[in-house]
Design a protein around this ligand. Structure first.
Ligand SMILES: C[S@@+](CC[C@H](N)C(=O)[O-])C[C@H]1O[C@@H](n2cnc3c(N)ncnc32)[C@H](O)[C@@H]1O
Length: 211
């Protein structure tokens, strides 16, 4: 199954999950709060990749009420929920695949939570290059996402992705923090760092575009 087909599978998965999504993800609110608190103080123009129903934007708009946020997400049902939130007037919504959509440019920050752990390292290289290119000089990428706790765990999930994808409705293939950091450095990010959040299989990774 190629990347396009896998992404359509994700789309169907999240479209079907919509009724229970916010309830299931309530336990991740602390993680999303940490992300919003990690932004630079002068942040104004933000791109959120895989914003879903917009849970991470609740706290973000409390801290940055005048922020202008663009979101890209492949699931129309998730975005429909986001569009009902009271901050949605400050949000430009793009329904599309990360790998097909135009990201725009000149963002102060690109953020993402729980949305990028489905790609192979070579696909992440392409995606992170797109993120690098759409940031302003000195802009920040913050990804708070699921990680593999060992190379073996990463290899096992990648094996399933390569060989058994048809047997899954949805498959998580997180990379280790070390592999994430290496890919970010390869595309040119500097000051790449990771920190723990309240979930043991999650990490908050920050990476900066230089001047
Ligand atoms: C687990 S949800 C996270 C939603 C939100 N960020 C949160 O933390 O609650 C993952 C989101 O990523 C979106 N997504 C997954 N793969 C995508 C892709 N290739 N292009 C665009 N959106 C994608 C899904 O539709 C879904 O809304």
């Amino acid at each position: 199954m190629n990347l396009f087909e896998r992404n359509q599978k994700q789309r169907n998965f999240f479209n079907e999950k919509i009724d229970s999504y916010d309830q299931v993800h309530e336990t991740y609110m602390e993680t999303k709060k940490t992300l919003a608190e990690s932004l630079d103080k002068n942040t104004s123009k933000i791109l959120d990749l895989g914003a879903g129903t917009g849970l991470e934007l609740i706290h973000l708009f409390e801290l940055y009420p005048n922020a202008s946020v663009t979101v890209i997400d492949i699931s129309e049902n998730m975005l429909n929920e986001l569009s009902k939130r009271n901050f949605s007037k400050n949000v430009t919504i793009i329904c599309g695949d990360f790998f097909e959509s135009n990201f725009g440019n000149d963002y102060d920050a690109v953020i993402s939570t729980s949305a990028l752990h489905h790609f192979k390292p070579e696909e992440k290289l392409i995606l992170y290059k797109k993120i690098f290119d759409c940031l302003k000089s000195n802009g920040l990428f913050i990804n708070c996402d699921k990680i593999s706790l060992s190379q073996e765990e990463q290899n096992n999930s990648m094996y399933e992705l390569e060989n058994n994808i048809d047997n899954y409705k949805h498959i998580d293939t997180p990379l280790t923090v070390e592999n994430e950091i290496n890919i970010l450095k390869q595309v040119g990010f500097i000051d790449v760092s990771s920190s723990k959040v309240d979930k043991s299989d999650y990490s908050l990774i920050k990476a900066r575009k230089g001047n």
